[in-house]
Design a protein around this ligand. Structure first.
Ligand SMILES: *Cc1c(COP(=O)(O)O)cnc(C)c1O
Length: 363
């Protein structure tokens, strides 16, 4: 049997051939003009996707590393942070922040629901330094209304607390307008919708977030945003970056530009809508409680006790999907439509899945 896998993953995601080829490159000095030119184009490209006029920092780390970098640079011990939690990635923000001695107040919502603006704002006090939340909850397949949060927070006295958004699984696959939606800090990583391998994360900060960075004056050596910004202005990084991941992102941003960013977003919408419609027509249930806030970048399917069966059966048929994120790993699996995914890939997956559903002998 020919071994050609169709990948509908939730990160790291499928790589276009041209992105893989772009990495097939001799070593690059990160202290040389070629590197500087590539970094500049990548940061400018991410800036466009972030829809911001702010500088974009390129950090050599995973998404979680970038969350931690933000905690280090914008907070001090005892600072109060509100974290609305709708799934395991909201929980991750809590777990990253707590060891720094922050006063983390979680606002908990049932998994499968969106975060509620009023309930979250009701937890804010005049001591609250920031609201830090996930845009696209990758564990449940729910996309939160970041625009509504941003608008509501901006209307609070003094512009409200900082608004920090984990856009790791949304940026590049769902619309995020950093400046217009009053986002103070936006974070993403290379290996989800940006169709590149892991290794780089991107962070942008608003003017008032930069003021906070100055006040906090983080003196740690790595992830020092004040130093990082000085270097970014010279199109370089303080330490050795993930050079070949940068080449990959450089190429993937080109593919996004060629397809047209609006078309890329439209494709994510269309593919995820097709997945939702088709799995429900097979009698499967979405994990998200309502369809109108489902994620365009992944669909989480609820199959209590049978998730591993479905993932394994799809894999036997050369279709790779994401398993459930623990503790939902026995009860859900996730079909990624993020990044390099076409309608043909999705149709093939749905055809195979419908046969698995018909023949289901898991019980
Ligand atoms: C994948 C993901 C992360 C974690 O990123 P890593 O690169 O795995 O550290 C954080 N938040 C969200 C929403 C994610 O999807």
């Amino acid at each position: 049997m020919i071994d050609k896998e169709i990948q509908l993953l939730v990160g790291p995601t499928a790589l276009p051939n041209r992105v893989m080829n772009a990495m097939c490159h001799p070593a690059i000095s990160h202290r040389g003009q070629y590197y500087y030119d590539v970094q500049k184009e990548v940061c400018d490209g991410v800036k466009e996707i972030f829809q911001t006029k702010q500088d974009v920092l390129s950090l050599t780390t995973s998404g979680t590393g970038a969350l931690e970098a933000v905690i280090q640079n914008l907070f001090k011990e005892n600072d109060e942070l509100i974290v609305p939690i709708t799934g395991e990635f909201g929980r991750l923000i809590q777990h990253v922040a707590e060891p720094y001695g922050l006063k983390v107040k979680t606002v908990n919502f049932e998994y499968g629901e969106t975060a509620n603006v009023e309930k979250t704002l009701a937890a804010c006090t005049d001591k609250t330094k920031a609201v830090f939340m996930v845009h696209n909850e990758s564990s449940t397949g729910v996309l939160d209304d970041i625009q509504a949060f941003g608008n509501a927070i901006a209307k609070l006295p003094g512009g409200g607390p900082l608004f920090i958004v984990d856009g790791v699984s949304s940026v590049g696959g769902a619309d995020v307008k950093m400046d217009e939606w009053h986002i103070d800090v936006l974070i993403t990583a290379s290996q989800k919708c940006l169709m590149a391998p892991p290794g780089l994360a991107f962070v942008a900060l608003s003017d008032r977030a930069w003021d906070v960075v100055e006040t906090v004056a983080n003196d740690r050596y790595y992830f020092n945003f004040r130093k990082d910004r000085k270097y970014i202005h010279q199109d370089r990084t303080v330490h050795t970056p993930a050079t070949h991941t940068l080449l990959a992102v450089h190429e993937s941003l080109k593919t996004i530009r060629e397809e047209g960013f609006a078309n890329v977003l439209q494709r994510h919408e269309a593919l995820s809508a097709y997945v939702r419609k088709t799995v429900q027509s097979m009698g499967l249930c979405l994990f998200a409680h309502q369809e109108d806030y489902c994620s365009p970048t992944l669909t989480c399917i609820s199959v209590p006790g049978q998730a591993k069966y479905y993932v394994a059966k799809l894999k036997e048929n050369n279709i790779a999907v994401g398993g459930g994120k623990s503790p939902l790993d026995n009860d859900t699996f996730r079909i990624g439509t993020m990044g390099y995914v076409s309608m043909n890939d999705v149709v093939a997956c749905m055809n195979v899945l419908s046969k698995i559903v018909e023949k289901n002998d898991a019980n």
